[in-house]
Write a protein that binds this ligand. Structure first.
Ligand SMILES: Nc1ncnc2c1ncn2[C@@H]1O[C@H](COP(=O)(O)OP(=O)(O)OP(=O)(O)O)[C@@H](O)[C@H]1O
Ligand SMILES: [Mg+2]
Length: 286
């Protein structure tokens, strides 16, 4: 396994001698290949804290995290190259402001690759490719990242990680702040990268439609604990999602309402609206 959590807990310091338990006794395995994994759960459930343990930005208060053969514990270990771990696991922050700091977009995207001894010329080429991949054009490269809109900042921060080409991508709410078309373009990009490279891609999201449509596995966090780790199909077939503080994808809710209202024999488990329409036509005999 590429990443392996063993009984990991983390407490943020909060005031004098006070601690806030953000994640609690998490055990979890993540392969380096073949999976699109969603992490879901209500606000404050510990998703971002969990993600920051995946490339050793946070060290566990107790337990350990194995990341590509290095074991991360409470204390910094001089034998581990933490910088090198970030080439294995690339994390895009929930808030792009945490990630962008150079005076141009180009320098920002080039920063990661150049940190790993890639020449300036090659890094500039990677930046050019990455900016187009995230749906912006090359004119953005000369702009100041701080003057961009929220959605543009988000795209630039994602470009920075794509240019680094890590083995595993961890994206903390990569589609929040994007318009509906931007959301689906971004998800199509991640799915294409996953198909081409077979890398594992981990996405934190509140968007259950996205989870149902694109993801292979879903991890549910609740009050710092991991309470489910299963396929989206299995999760969304559950009757008690409200107890897990989650919603159903829109296709399932809409089809369930139509089924109840018109007493139709419908398979409500459709992953997108096109499939839902096909099923509806079938059910009404058209
Ligand atoms: N730097 C910090 N200091 C103290 N407490 C923190 C800090 N960062 C997060 N927390 C607390 O830890 C808990 C988990 O936070 P985390 O950011 O991991 O949640 P999340 O699931 O990502 O939420 P969201 O969906 O809102 O992004 C929250 O209750 C939060 O208030
Ligand atoms: Mg978060």
């Amino acid at each position: 396994m590429a990443i392996h959590f063993q009984h990991v807990s983390y407490q943020y310091p909060s005031g004098s001698y006070q601690f806030y338990q953000a994640i609690n006794d998490i055990s979890l395995s993540i392969p380096s290949q073949g999976e699109m994994i969603a992490i879901v759960g209500q606000t404050g459930s510990g998703k971002s804290t969990l993600a920051q343990h995946m490339n050793a930005l946070l060290f566990p208060s107790s337990g350990s995290v194995d990341i590509f053969g290095s074991t991360i514990r409470q204390k910094r270990d001089k034998k581990i190259s933490y910088n090198h771990l970030r080439k294995h696991v690339g994390l895009v922050f929930q808030f792009p402001e945490y990630q962008l700091f150079e005076e141009t977009v180009q320098k920002d995207i080039m920063f990661g690759p150049m940190n790993f001894k890639i020449s300036a010329a090659d890094a500039a080429e990677l930046a050019q490719k990455a900016i187009v991949q995230v749906g912006l054009d090359e004119t953005y490269l000369k702009r100041n990242p701080f003057n961009l809109s929220g959605g543009e900042k988000k795209r630039v921060s994602i470009a920075g990680i794509l240019a680094l080409d890590p083995d595993i991508l961890v994206l903390d709410e990569p589609t929040s702040g994007l318009d509906p078309k931007g959301k689906s373009q971004m998800m199509e990009l991640f799915t294409a990268i996953q198909k081409q490279t077979d890398k594992t891609i981990i996405i934190i999201t509140h968007d259950m439609d996205l989870v149902y449509r694109y993801m292979d596995r879903v991890i549910v966090m609740h009050e710092g604990r991991l309470i489910r780790d299963e396929s989206p199909d299995r999760l969304f077939h559950r009757k008690n999602l409200a107890e897990l503080h989650l919603d159903y994808p829109e296709t399932i809710s809409v089809l369930a309402a139509i089924k109840a209202q018109f007493s139709l024999d419908i398979d409500i488990y459709q992953k997108d609206m096109d499939a839902a329409l096909v099923e509806l036509r079938r059910a009404v005999g058209k």
